[in-house]
Design a protein. Structure first.
Length: 330
């Protein structure tokens, strides 16, 4: 795997699929760059917020974001606006709810507190001055008005930064597709946004009604569930029909067994933890686009996660990728 660090991610027939990384800490940056990441598909901005005792100021945020943007420049860095709530709560901004995953989280919090969104996006935009490699991404979008409203705030942040004398470009704005409603509205969202990125961790949890952190139902959390795969395919098709780029940044993107399916569905980039980059490159080298496409066609005909898992296992075994597939499902 080491030898693949500086190689591009290519199929055996030479198709290049960009691999991006998910970051949060500065420590992730060095690790990502020396594994050949081609950009950041998800920078979880809540991480620096979690490491503090109060909300970081605009200038503190600007400096943190600047380091990420600079480290990867000229490669793209996709910064997600604050995604708190659910399982992530800030000690200085506690959110207590009976049902937090269906509650006040992600974009819902920041639209109710536009000052947080404005300060954060102003800091991001200022940080991108002279680099222009920033992309902004919105978490937990479940309807088009949330997107419209967020775009309005970001445009206002942009105008303010320009008025204050910065010379920056308006960053592309993307939507995370991680709520089933966003799958069904992927076309409408894609019309209004610059890109889509699937958050398969939450999307799996919400499609299957399985809490991603509850050990008792962990055996029902199947990212290879036929419903999840149908949803992924639908999002790619909808995004592409509007001429927009579609990437994926959940854990599934870093799973070598998912690689042929995501490739065949047409995802434009896969974003994962740095540790998985070389594994995905290795898996991708072992297959051609045509092989991945026939595998996807076969898998889409199967009706259970177990059958899909078995089929993927066979595909991986035939390509000498035995250690790359998780244990079979119960
Ligand atoms: C996801 O939901 O897939 C995702 C990438 O976001 P997070 O894991 O931070 O919720
Ligand atoms: Mg998520």
């Amino acid at each position: 795997l080491e030898s693949l660090r500086d190689e591009l991610c290519e199929t055996s027939d030479g198709f290049h699929l960009p691999l991006w990384v998910n970051t949060g800490l500065m420590a992730d940056v060095a690790r990502s760059l020396d594994q050949g990441a081609e950009g950041v598909g998800l920078y979880r901005t809540e991480v620096p917020f979690l490491l503090r005792e109060r909300f970081p100021s605009e200038e503190e945020q600007r400096q943190i974001y600047r380091s990420q943007l600079e480290a990867f420049s000229p490669k793209p860095v996709t910064m997600r606006t604050l995604d708190v709530g659910g399982d992530k709560s800030l000690p200085y901004f506690p959110i207590e709810e009976e049902n937090p995953f269906l509650g006040w989280r992600g974009i819902r919090v920041t639209l109710d507190h536009p000052e947080i969104l404005l300060v954060q996006t102003r800091a991001m935009i200022k940080a991108s001055e002279g680099l222009d490699n920033l992309r902004i991404m919105l978490p937990m979008i479940s309807n088009v008005s949330e997107l419209d409203e967020a775009v309005e705030f970001i445009s206002r942040a942009y105008r303010e930064v320009l008025d204050e004398g910065s010379d920056v470009k308006m960053p592309p704005i993307g939507v995370m597709v991680e709520v089933p409603a966003a799958v069904y509205q992927a076309s409408e969202l894609a019309k209004r946004a610059d890109f889509l990125s699937v958050g398969s961790n939450d999307l799996t949890q919400y499609l299957l009604a399985v809490d991603r952190n509850n050990a008792r139902v962990a055996d029902l959390y199947h990212a290879f569930h036929p419903a999840v795969l149908q949803a992924l395919k639908q999002v790619v098709d909808a995004g592409h029909a509007e001429g927009k780029q579609v990437s994926i940044c959940g854990e599934l993107a870093g799973d070598p067994a998912a690689a042929p399916l995501l490739l065949a569905m047409g995802f434009d980039a896969l974003s994962m933890n740095a540790t998985n980059l070389t594994k995905i490159k290795k898996a991708m080298r072992a297959m051609s686009q045509a092989e991945a496409q026939s595998l996807l066609a076969e898998v889409m005909e199967l009706h259970s996660s177990a059958a899909i898992h078995e089929h993927l296992e066979q595909f991986m075994l035939e390509r000498g990728l035995k250690g790359f597939i998780h244990a079979p499902l119960d």
